[in-house]
Design a protein. Structure first.
Length: 157
């Protein structure tokens, strides 16, 4: 089976699979190679990433930042820890693992670039940020890289 056929088969299985208990993360591991995080999991990782720029982050900080309840944040943190994306020390300070940091940086870059692009073409900053938050989780890598390349080329002219 060719690589493209293999991955097409895997992605079809992912779309058919049931999400994790509360829909935060759905995971399909094949030989440890493939993992998929749902939008809400990406939101938590991005929030930890942004908040950590100002110092230590606790689950309560994430809840306040996102406007989520303590039980929701607690459940999500348990799933993210279990998935290897977040670690917590004895004081409850959250740290992104390398895998968590990779996802958070990717989402943050998308959010920042898409927001800036939308503002540049005339969308007000608040609407641009809200729309970027929706787009950042669903845009393909290929489309995002094409937009990034376009913006870079435009800025260099």
């Amino acid at each position: 089976m060719k690589d493209a056929e293999f991955y097409d088969k895997i992605f079809k299985q992912i779309r058919k699979s049931e999400p994790a208990q509360n829909g935060i993360i759905s995971v399909l591991l094949l030989g440890g190679d493939l993992m998929h995080i749902q939008e809400s999991g990406e939101m938590y990782l991005e929030a930890i990433y942004v908040l950590s720029k100002n110092g230590p982050v606790r689950a309560i900080d994430v809840g306040e930042y996102l406007g989520y309840s303590k039980p929701s944040v607690s459940r999500a943190m348990g799933l993210l820890k279990g998935g290897g994306y977040v670690e917590a020390d004895r004081d409850g300070h959250l740290t992104l693992t390398d895998a968590g940091l990779e996802v958070a940086e990717k989402i943050f870059e998308r959010h920042t670039l898409i927001t800036g692009f939308l503002v540049h073409i005339g969308v007000d900053k608040e609407t641009a940020a809200e729309d970027a938050c929706k787009i950042e989780h669903h845009i393909s890598d290929a489309s995002f890289e094409a937009i990034k390349k376009y913006i870079t080329n435009f800025e260099n002219k």
